[in-house]
Write a protein that binds this ligand. Sequence first.
Ligand code: FAD
Ligand code: NDP
Length: 610
Amino acid sequence: MPPVNPKPSCLQKIDEFVRTSKVAVFSKSFCPFCIRVKNLFRSINQEIATLELDELEDGAEIQDALFQKTALKTVPNIFINGVHIGGCDNVMEAHQTGRLQVLLSKSQEAPSPSGSAPQEPEVKYDYDLVVIGGGSGGLAASKEAALWGAKVAVCDFVVPTPIGTTWGLGGTCVNVGCIPKKLMHQAALLGQAINDAKKFGWDLPENVNFNWLTMVEAIQAHIGSLNWGYRVALREKKVTYLNAYAEFVDPHTLKTTDRRGKVNNITARYVLLATGGRPRYPDIPGAKEYGITSDDIFSLQHHPGKTLCVGASYIALECAGFLAGLGIDATVMVRSILLRGFDQQIAELIGGYMEKHGVQFKRGYVPTKIERIEEGSPGRLKVTSENGDGEILEEEYNTVLFAIGRDACTSTIGIENSGVLLNPKNGKVITDEKEQSNVPHIYAIGDILDGKLELTPVAIQAGKLLARRIFGNQTLLTDYANVPTTVFTPLEYGCVGLSEEDAIKKYGEADIEVYHSYITPLECTVPKRDDNAGYAKLICVKSLNEKVVGFHILAPNAGEITQGFAIGLKMGATKADFSNLIGIHPTVAEVFTTLSITKSSGADVFQKGC
Ligand code: FAD
Ligand code: NDP
């Protein structure tokens, strides 16, 4: 822990030294890392000011005060133009990426941004960049911009759900998305593992009980630590965190309102919109009064009981999957098809697997009314639904979870005062390939980007690269093609590239060759379950030397497998490249090195042995 009360005289000394030196290096004369840093600056002809702490009487106290100020315990500890850079590794990395040269090229008083964005007449703003939204994209962008010397503020505020759920810094992924979802997925997999364990010789009691609240509390405790970590990271990077709701007053001015209602106006040279999305509710009686969404389920303080998940995409299927895996009665209400936009052969395999593992499906129905028939936690609800033929279905559930899509958070941010154009169909921000809106100093990333994927790593990549382009003279754009993704249902479905339907649409059926196989993971053989429940396919284009344009796998740990193979698709791998690769035995992933049967041959692809 840093010292609680560093000597004021030491802090003053540090501030004075940093203020008066373009490059301020706190060093020790004998330290090899300090020598490396000094040599680096010498090699690029950059003058530096050095304070050798081992030669000063109060050197140890200054080092303690530096720790308090920068959270860095060791030397060298470097500042450029008053901005804390870090230690030896940070400087070396900054040199390699070109960031060091950009930081050095700026004047001490006004670190003004440069880059692809148009230059404006010199106007004083409170911040170089204000980011609206402290989620995956916003945090990545704000930290990166600060690294390049920009003065940054990030506004993050969570509007509570209709039943009052709220959460901390970090946005959807950390609080009500990927992280708690994956942890509940893991809890469900452990349930399966307990059953398998008995078959492998573990002597376990017949009934092993699951406690919902214990799981929720453990997951929420982990999330709490992540929220804290984000706050610390912002502080360390000198990003101002405003726990306040931001709205445009004019294109450069934002009104911020904190939870106590305190209003403030801040100005920004650049504004980044990273406000993400929130779950949509259907416009039917009782939806908001009695229904919940993914924003509530992960912190629900009571066992949900018999649950209806409305919707048939990522969120509905994943939630129903882990609920059933936890032994909870789960039903999915499907309006049309499963996993629109995904490979439909695999979507149906997922449906079949889920059904076999306890999830019920109501196909072709949409809910029309939710009524409470008994108070309580969870209480009892009556759900009325209807199919395309006008047939009515009434059923009781304890919990109804809507997962029917998400709305971009752009309707209550005073967008009309900014001049930024939205797609009227979905409220998403229209940008060019540089994530720049029609108002040149206003950018958007993440889930609110029109026509782009709603995934955490996509938002992070866009945020980082955008900050480097605006403040670091860099040019690299986010590549939105061939983004790998995984649906955790709980048998995982990983894919990258085109679905079979889209490949046929793009290249024509005659030019497509599909290599495929069913999979029975070795670990399923002893417990004698899920024979041939997994599936692998490579979609290749004949006229492009069998270039692989679609990679699909349904198997345990498909996310891990897909992440690795995705680089192959990004690099233009062909079927021959996959076949030339030697497999790792015995794994599921090795199937991709031995695929030899084409779909067009109609040959049997059920796995029978090793
Ligand atoms: P967000 O992370 O949503 O952050 C936006 C932030 O801005 C929020 O904190 C919001 O409260 C705040 N905000 C909004 N308006 C304002 C305002 N006016 N002022 C101040 N603050 C404001 N993606 C994956 O890659 N893998 C997964 O496994 C995965 N699982 C998911 C599971 C679920 C249940 C959900 C819902 C999503 C999942 N996602 C997953 C998607 C992923 O979470 C999002 O793509 C990602 O979080 C988007 O990041 P973002 O920065 O665009 O927005
Ligand atoms: P989607 O927009 O992907 O899907 C919405 C689903 O709800 C569709 O099945 C749709 O059916 C159905 N639906 C829409 N309106 C109604 C209605 N009125 N009544 C009944 N059903 C309806 O939304 P999600 O909420 O599932 O996911 C949002 C995004 O979050 C995803 O696109 C994904 O990018 C991200 N995400 C990523 C995850 C991951 O990486 N593993 C996990 C979870 C989310 P229809 O097909 O008929 O339109």
